[in-house]
Design a protein around this ligand. Structure first.
Ligand SMILES: *Cc1c(COP(=O)(O)O)cnc(C)c1O
Length: 356
């Protein structure tokens, strides 16, 4: 799919954020967006970068009713030498196609996906913030654009990419979080859409997240949807447990989102000589390990935070306290290594970064 991307620059650029220490997460958006349309029988067409602007939508547009929509999330990082790097964007391209297949959405050539991201970030490169720990968050998404209320795969789609300068996730230092193990609601079940990044997964998860937050927990830890026995993932992160020197995480077999951060961390841990076990891990066994003093570290993994240390796990009436409330040494080393590669402070021996 060799396609030209036409570029129409804004004649009315927005003021860029003056104080990069107050960016927060994706609250304001850069000057341009990428758009491309799909028409059944024609394919993807009219790839273009245009000034960021609202969509006009018919109230009967399919996505508004039946949630036929998928998305991705990645970042662009500014290095000390003023280069701009992306982290494994090919992984996002391939994962978007896996999501697309499940949601009956047409695929996008992975090389073209990366080209579209690069071109957009290049056009808006002044929007990649400079302050330590900040980045440009990139949100590609595809939605069904047919008009009509029949339930079918749409014949029209829009692929859009928007970008948002975002603040350092840990502006006040890495803060270990409390996690609520959700024993009532579920996020995924075999045959459903757990392995995809689709808006519907999030819509179904908001309620549990709100209830946990009311009780002072940062996120929920989801258990498997059948037995509610095995740990799967956390909100918008995968999760890993270091027990007695070994690292455990759920296998990505349909109900768990295959995170790019997860995959990168598994590679690093194996390089460092750790045994990494991807499989079923019962929450009861984790709590037992905590009681025996063998639950050494617990951390979430995802693009936003890289790693998010967990200091407390609440399951039913039981609470496990981890690492004395501090970030564990492996969690810290993973954070330093991955962020070092992403911001170009460490050599990228794995070829994970792509220069814009
Ligand atoms: C995006 C996401 C993750 C993390 O994936 P990364 O590629 O590491 O950012 C984990 N779980 C869910 C549900 C997600 O949507």
């Amino acid at each position: 799919m060799a396609m030209n991307i036409s570029i129409t620059r804004t004649t009315n650029p927005k003021p860029r954020p003056a104080d990069e220490s107050k960016l927060g997460f994706a609250k304001q958006f850069s000057d341009h967006m990428f758009l491309m349309d799909y028409t059944a029988g024609v394919g993807w067409h009219d790839a273009r970068i245009v000034p960021y602007a609202p969509f006009e939508m018919d109230p009967a547009t399919v996505v508004l009713h039946y949630a036929q929509e998928i998305f991705e999330g990645l970042k662009a990082y500014r290095t000390a030498e003023d280069k701009i790097l992306l982290f494994r964007p090919d992984c996002n391209a391939n994962r978007m196609n896996d999501s697309a297949d499940r949601l009956c959405i047409p695929r996008i050539d992975p090389d073209f996906f990366v080209e579209a991201v690069r071109t957009l970030v290049d056009v808006d490169k002044d929007w990649v913030p400079h302050l330590d720990g900040t980045s440009l968050y990139i949100r590609p998404f595809i939605f069904a654009n047919d008009v009509g209320l029949g339930v079918h795969a749409s014949k029209h789609y829009v692929f859009c990419i928007i970008t948002a300068p975002s603040g350092a996730y840990y502006a006040e230092g890495i803060n270990p979080v409390r996690i609520y193990v959700e024993d009532d609601y579920i996020r995924a079940a075999p045959g459903l859409t757990g392995f995809t990044k689709c808006g519907g997964n999030y819509a179904a998860s908001i309620k549990a997240g709100e209830l946990a937050e009311e009780q002072g927990f940062a996120q929920v830890l989801w258990l498997d949807g059948i037995e509610k026995k095995y740990v799967e993932e956390v909100g918008s992160m995968n999760i890993m447990f270091k027990i007695d020197g070994k690292i455990y995480t759920a296998a990505t077999v349909g109900t768990v989102l295959p995170g790019v951060t997860r995959r990168s961390i598994i590679e690093l841990c194996k390089d460092w000589g750790y045994e990494v076990i991807e499989g079923k891990l019962a929450i009861a066994d984790i709590m037992a390990a905590a009681r025996e003093g063998k639950l050494e570290e617990v951390f979430g993994t995802g693009t936003a935070a890289v790693v998010s240390p967990v200091k407390e796990l609440r399951w039913k009436d039981e609470t496990a306290y981890i690492s004395g409330g501090k970030i564990g040494p492996l969690t810290q080393k993973l954070y330093d290594t991955l962020t070092g590669i992403q911001w170009g402070k460490l050599p990228d021996t794995k070829g994970w970064t792509v220069e814009v």
